[in-house]
Structures are given as C-alpha cells and as structure tokens.
Design a protein around this ligand. Structure first.
Ligand SMILES: [Zn+2]
Ligand SMILES: [Zn+2]
Length: 128
C-alpha cells in the first residue's frame, strides 16, 4: 500500500520533472494544485526539501534569492538572465572543479559546485 506521504512526494517530484524550468516551491505548488486541491504550500515545500535531502532533486540558489529546484541531478551549471530571470542549464564538464586533488591542500572534501553565470538570454537579446 502506498502511503499518502509517498504519493505526495511522488506528485511533487513529477512536477519538478515536468516543469523542467528550475521552479520555486510556489511554482511547483501552483502546478500541482489544479489536480491536488488539498495539498498545501507547506507540504510542497517540505517534500521539495525532503527530495533534495534524498538527492532525488537538487536545490539551487539563484540571483533573485529564490530557492529553486532542479530535477537534473548530474553536475551542471546554471545561467540566469538578468532581464527575464529565466534559468538555463549549462553543461560544462565540472570535473576539474570538483576533483579532489585540486583541493588536496585544503581540509575539506568537495561534493558539488554551484556556479551561476549571468547575462542576457537569446529571447531578451532580440528585444535590445
Ligand atoms: Zn531573458
Ligand atoms: Zn539545472
């Protein structure tokens, strides 16, 4: 039997995956609500954090100070447009940055690296 909590977590996970746009908890909530009117923003937020603790999604922080969630787990960077605030994935090999021997002279272990590139996206460039 699937518990209510498991179903909610699955619904939240699917929403992040279907939205594909690094949604905030509110965007996930608004996406789920039509089909799941009983779900609360708090529940969505709690499930997003749980999923990121389980490494099923990634939590990313961006320029606009909103916490966003990403279904792409593998290491990648992000680009955020200064005009429309859209977030795009940037797949540059990050192995060099997270390689442990780079940090051999320091007392820490690197697990991941969040880089945010900033600029103007192609859609906004058209308007300039
Ligand atoms: Zn833009
Ligand atoms: Zn991403």
């Amino acid at each position: 039997m699937t518990s209510r909590n498991t179903i909610q977590r699955q619904v939240v996970f699917n929403a992040v995956k279907e939205l594909k746009n690094h949604p905030t908890s509110e965007e996930v909530y608004n996406y789920i609500r039509p089909n799941f009117p009983s779900i609360s923003l708090g529940t969505v937020y709690r499930n997003l954090n749980m999923l990121s603790d389980l490494n099923e999604i990634r939590k990313i922080s961006t320029n606009d100070n909103a916490v966003r969630f990403d279904y792409v787990i593998e290491n990648h960077y992000h680009f955020q447009c200064k005009k429309c605030s859209c977030i795009l994935d940037v797949f540059i090999p990050s192995d060099d940055v997270v390689r442990n021997d780079v940090f051999n002279e320091h007392d820490f272990r690197v697990d991941s690296c969040d880089v945010l590139l900033k600029g103007i996206c192609v859609n906004c460039l058209k308007d300039i």
